[in-house]
Design a protein around this ligand. Structure first.
Ligand code: HSE
Length: 433
């Protein structure tokens, strides 16, 4: 039986997890892959004392792996954009298959990488880049191959979800972020987690695999969780909603919506129950309806689980001496559609508005009239006398689904009213219809 040789680049959280699981479960993985999988080389900027590499050659030069004769699959676990791009393109040029957990790399350079890989006839697999250990790329590319996918929505950053969950329990943002970093969930630069960039990388990939469109990360809208206050979390709860940091991609006739932002979701929906570092992705297909994929979205062995599933997939193809088994984005390149990402003003959403109004007669009527002039239907409205402070009282409104353009114009008019002296807080809401 021909063995398949793997070179691991990067021995950080995911690299260490991959090494440990591949070693621990070697026999059962070989049974599934149909060939033994041998780690023939490891390279990383620094060696780890807690990992016993035995007699596996180790180098500080990750590029050695891309050239080594005894490597069939280069496993890229260094993260980042530029060096990773060079590493992967060099590996492809040298005829190596690639498995990566690097969502930033695929979201930003994926079109170029897939083209290079197709020319060279090698596989580039990236399951571990999206939602950690959850096999959602496999679900979208293969399990839902018979469906027209209409929308995808998910909690796809574990760190952000962990922070929002703990904030709901009354803990402070900074303290929880530090804890997520200590647990190895956060990106090297945690603003990627907190400001939605990491989630936008993952959403970009999901949308392309789901809708069959080229990767367009630069057009994704990202809004982070750093401005979410305990007040809004509590008031969303009173309205029957929970605030989650969601990535939402929707296929529309003239383009796609691609956006990451805090979102009110109904407490009664399963996704509202997804707490801590866990991730969940909802995928709506015209044949199957709504499906949800749930599990650990970050962490060493959870992510290693997805890395190894890709290694097994590639190993089967190597053993069968076959070409790419599944197209990179699940669609043949000639079947990709050039649908552009729509501007945010064209998206459709419901909205939570918090309006700090002066406590005067007729204020509510004026607010309602501005909303109605812009065709915005109110779903619920809440104002509590007990929250009156220095003559001002918050009015909380939940709207029906409208176009973002309508809300923007209405907010401009509301902020121009003499009864409203502060910026209106606006959080999008989603009912998953
Ligand atoms: N920083 C990422 C997260 C790691 O928190 O989800 C997994 O991609």
């Amino acid at each position: 039986m021909k063995e398949v040789r793997v070179g691991i680049c990067g021995l950080g959280t995911v690299g260490g997890g991959t090494y440990n699981v591949l070693t621990r479960n070697a026999e059962l993985i070989a049974g599934r892959a149909g060939s033994p999988i041998r780690i023939s080389r490891v390279a990383s900027r620094r060696r780890r004392d807690d990992i016993d590499l035995g007699d596996i050659p180790f180098s500080n030069d990750i590029f050695e792996i891309t050239k080594a004769e005894d490597v069939d699959i280069v496993v890229e676990l260094i993260g980042g954009y530029d060096v990773a791009r060079e590493l992967v393109l060099t590996a492809i040029e040298n005829g190596k298959h690639v498995v990566t957990a690097n969502k930033a790399l695929i979201a930003v350079h994926g079109n170029e990488i897939f083209e290079a890989a197709a020319k060279r006839g090698v596989i580039v697999a990236y399951e571990a880049g999206v939602a950690g250990g959850i096999p959602v790329i496999k679900a979208v590319r293969e399990g839902m191959a018979g469906n027209r996918i209409d929308w995808i929505a998910g909690i796809i950053n574990g760190t952000g979800n962990y922070i929002l969950t703990e904030m709901r329990a009354g803990r402070a943002f900074d303290e929880v972020l530090r804890e997520a970093q200590d647990k190895g969930y956060a990106e090297a630069d945690p603003t990627f987690d907190v400001e939605g960039i990491d989630a936008a990388h993952k959403l970009t990939i999901l949308a392309s695999a789901g809708f069959g469109v080229p990767l367009q990360f630069e057009r994704a809208y990202t809004e982070g969780i750093s401005r979410i206050t305990p007040y809004d979390i509590a008031h969303a709860e009173l309205l029957g909603y929970r605030i989650k940091h969601l990535g939402i991609a929707r296929r529309r006739e003239n383009g796609i919506e691609l956006r990451v932002h805090p979102t009110l979701v109904p407490q009664s929906h399963l996704i509202a129950q997804v707490d801590g570092v866990l991730n969940a992705v909802l995928v709506d297909g015209d044949a199957v309806g709504q499906t949800m994929y749930y599990g650990p979205g970050a962490g060493d062995e959870a992510t290693a689980s997805a890395v190894i599933a890709d290694i097994v997939d590639v190993a089967r193809s190597v053993a069968a001496e076959s070409q790419q088994r599944v197209p990179y984005l699940g669609f043949e390149p000639s079947a990709l559609e050039n649908l552009d990402v729509l501007p945010m003003e064209d998206i459709q959403s419901a909205y939570y508005l918090r309006i700090q109004a002066l406590d005067r007669p007729g204020v509510l009527a004026k607010v309602a009239s501005v909303l109605s002039e812009h065709g915005i239907n109110i779903e619920s409205i809440m104002q509590k006398e007990s929250e009156l402070e220095e003559g001002k009282i918050p009015v909380i409104i939940l709207t029906h689904t409208v176009q973002e353009r309508q809300i923007n114009r209405a907010i401009e008019e509301l902020e121009a009213l003499s009864d409203i002296q502060e910026k209106v807080v606006r959080i999008r809401a989603e009912n998953f219809n």
